[in-house]
Write a protein that binds this ligand. Structure first.
Ligand SMILES: [Zn+2]
Length: 370
């Protein structure tokens, strides 16, 4: 009898263990945070790419034509018009030293007849040598974006930018839910030194009784940047009140990298992890700032942690393994990030990286079974 009782007791104990275990697993699953919204800087170019984007967690994506729009909608992703960059009468002016740097890392001095492959190899080597950071936070003082950006401060009546926005809005595939913004910033990460900008800068310093120091210049150029962003947002909303604005703050504004909470953009992507590997502590700190302080000025703004990733081992645009990506995603999640913005978008659907994104992101729309 005792034996039987013992057996029954053991069986009960075992079954209760199993129930307990199941409970723990399910509670654990509920407690495991995941990303529920991912803004992608890629395009749903074909059926398989669109499907993989949705599976890897992409919920919001720019589209260039009707086919891409249809694919985005089919897979439950929100489509946007792309992509507004500033207009202006000319490209921003930088110092002669900065211009020489751009010429070097852009290979503008190289023989035009050089084969493309050869040319690219030299350019990548030069960029590695100079620690070029592709518009992200500098690692050395001399670092200037290779691409030109128009002097938006000189676009005083907004006419150049208005024309660009009008064109994008006119050509947008009917049904898109908003517009992406990019390249609103200074190529040297500080300001533009054209005659017009310097005149405005000196008028600002005089009016506010300020000395011409770098710190005071930073205030002026920061204010102009914020003013321009918000002017562009207001213009879009005046034409399309229903449109949402998605932006990535780029290139980096050196004196205040996380100024996004001064902007009216609906989804404000701010870099928390760049293409080049940052310390986990920095990723955590930036994520907390981007998420927690997004609504300090405008209640409707959502702060979106931006992560840059390249899967190319031969490019000078950094390189992260899938395991390194996983660590960064874990850090962002642990720091309160539940949304993401990703560039280069196409890495999300590449083998190895795709599985990592899938592991931490909810699939989009219909694929989620909702
Ligand atoms: Zn200028």
């Amino acid at each position: 009898m005792l034996k039987i009782l013992c057996l029954v007791f053991c069986a009960l104990l075992l079954s209760s263990c199993t129930v307990q275990e199941k409970k723990t697993i399910s509670a654990k699953e509920e407690l495991t945070p995941r990303f529920h919204r991912v803004f992608c800087w890629g395009r749903p170019t074909d059926e398989e790419t669109a499907r993989r984007y949705a599976l890897s967690g992409v919920t919001d994506i720019p589209v260039s034509n009707q086919k891409q729009y249809d694919l985005a909608v089919k897979y439950g992703m929100t489509p946007y018009a792309a992509c507004f960059t500033p207009g202006g009468p000319y490209i921003q002016k930088v110092t002669p030293e900065e211009e020489a740097f751009r010429r070097y890392i852009g290979g503008r001095d190289l023989d035009k007849k050089l084969p493309r492959k050869e040319r690219d190899k030299i350019i990548h080597r030069r960029r590695l040598e100079k620690k070029y950071r592709y518009g992200g936070e500098k690692e050395v003082e001399m670092d200037v974006l290779n691409e030109g950006i128009h002097c938006f401060i000189s676009d005083t009546d907004f006419s150049y930018s208005r024309k660009r926005l009008d064109k994008i809005l006119k050509q947008a595939v009917p049904g898109v839910k908003g517009i992406y913004f990019d390249y609103i910033g200074y190529i040297n990460h500080k300001g533009c030194y054209c005659k017009n900008c310097l005149e405005k800068l000196h008028a600002f310093l005089k009016k506010n009784n300020l000395k011409d120091t770098q710190a005071n210049r930073d205030i002026f150029y920061g204010n102009e940047l914020v003013k321009y962003y918000n002017k562009a947002v207001d213009y879009v909303k005046s034409k399309r009140p229903d449109f949402k604005i998605v932006a990535h703050l780029y290139p980096d504004f050196q004196s205040d990298p996380l100024f996004g909470n001064r902007l009216k953009v609906d989804y404000c992507g701010q870099t928390v992890a760049w293409y080049f590997k940052w310390k986990q502590e920095k990723i955590a700190r930036y994520t907390r700032f981007v998420v927690e302080r997004a609504r300090e000025n405008y209640s409707f703004v959502e702060g979106i942690p931006f992560l840059g990733i390249s899967s190319s081992t031969t490019s000078s645009l950094g390189y992260k393994t899938p395991a390194e990506l996983e660590k960064e995603l874990q850090t962002i999640l642990a720091s309160g990030g539940r949304t993401l913005m990703i560039c280069n978008g196409h890495v999300m659907v590449e083998k190895g990286y795709f599985e990592v994104f899938k592991k931490y992101c909810n699939p989009a729309g219909k694929l989620s079974g909702k």
